[in-house]
Design a protein around this ligand. Structure first.
Ligand SMILES: Cc1ncc(COP(=O)(O)O)c(C=O)c1O
Length: 351
């Protein structure tokens, strides 16, 4: 995804939910937290409150470790679950495999075992094929299964699908990690609470995302099973993910999780993706190539149409080989944005 968009106006585009603004309630929460002194490194009142809220959402055993970004949450969370000789099984399309510049390998010293999938989802059958070599000294020992919810390809795991992966992982002595950069979008789409996709279905450690759902920055490692990790605090610091002024990360997550902002933002982003998919499905020649289940639409359109459209709207080419593009919706995408973009697609396809 190396496209740049020099000719685009700074309008809301469809490149990434990371391109979105900060939700005003989160800005207000930051301003409210910006009052006087607070103890550093997580001993502040906001982080204490966040810990309570996390228990409310995920259960009494859950604990939270705010970090600066999603890659940091993944790398530190996985490292805390693993030994020096461990391997992590994940879909080939996983962010940890493709988009973290090798940090799980370099920073955490882990071996990733990437599994090709048609839709970004692991299944018990696939896991069974790749979880082998236990007890063999020549083989990195499979220790963690990592899945992404919603996936990098815009698809979802149902609670039952996660439970089945977790059950097989446990049967083989492995643990289950979820990259939940877009967990809110998944819960909103499936109309279930966050715990129905995590603590209730055997997830041990979660990377919980806020940035794609209206935060300014900051994500969290949520440990759901304390027996699954060691040394999270030390590893977070050693990975340079310990924020001294942690209150500002925690205040954002509180703003999302205290009421239903997390849900409203995610529902809206999902609804905009559904609207876009419905509109472009009517345009001759546009092929929607993946199920639209959360806030992403993947389509194949002719390359020359992509080139012309990218002069007007920001979005990424997902796969250079096939010409597949990704259109991402955010909490701040409007119906008018979607309609204008769909209209532009129809115009450029007809040109
Ligand atoms: C699936 C997934 N996980 C994690 C991340 C977090 O990335 P970052 O380190 O940029 O916050 C992203 C961001 O694009 C993502 O799409």
């Amino acid at each position: 995804m190396s496209d740049t968009f020099p000719e685009c106006e700074p309008i809301r585009g469809f490149a990434s939910d990371n391109n979105a603004s900060v939700h005003p309630d989160i800005m207000a929460a930051l301003a409210a937290a910006n009052d006087g002194h607070q103890p550093a490194y997580g001993a502040d009142v906001h982080t204490v409150r966040l810990r309570e809220l996390i228990k409310g959402h995920f259960g009494e055993r859950a604990d939270v470790y705010p970090v600066f970004n999603g890659s940091g949450a993944n790398v530190v969370g996985l490292q805390a679950m693993c030994e020096r000789w461990s391997a992590v099984i994940c879909p080939e399309s996983a962010h940890i495999n493709l988009d973290e510049c090798g940090a799980p390998e370099k920073v955490a010293g882990l071996k990733l075992i990437p599994v090709p999938t048609p839709d970004g989802k692991l299944t018990p059958k696939l896991l069974d094929q790749y979880a082998w070599g236990f007890g063999e000294e020549h083989h990195a020992q499979p220790k963690v299964v990592s899945i992404t919810q919603s996936t990098e390809l815009g698809t979802l795991y149902t609670p039952g699908e996660i439970a089945a992966i977790g059950a097989l992982a446990r049967e083989r002595g492995m643990l289950l990690h979820v990259d939940g950069a877009r967990l809110a979008n998944a819960a909103a789409a499936l109309d279930v609470p966050l715990r129905a996709l995590t603590s209730e279905v055997g997830v041990d450690v979660l990377s919980f995302g806020g940035t794609k759902n209206g935060s300014l920055l900051g994500e969290a490692i949520v440990v759901l099973n304390p027996d699954a990790v060691r040394g999270v605090t030390y590893l977070r610091k050693a990975a340079m993910q310990l924020a001294s002024k942690m209150r500002y990360v925690s205040a954002q997550l509180i703003a999302l999780l205290e009421g239903d902002l997390w849900l409203r933002n995610a529902r809206h982003a999902n609804a905009m993706a559904a609207r876009l998919a419905a509109a472009v499905a009517r345009v001759p020649g546009v092929e929607i190539v993946r199920p639209v289940q959360a806030n992403a639409v993947f389509a194949i359109i002719p390359r020359e149409v992509t080139e012309r459209l990218q002069k007007r709207f920001r979005f990424h080419t997902w796969d250079e080989r096939t010409g597949e593009v990704r259109w991402m919706c955010s909490f701040d995408t409007t119906e008018a944005d979607v309609d204008a973009f769909a209209e532009a697609i129809a115009q450029e396809m007809a040109a």
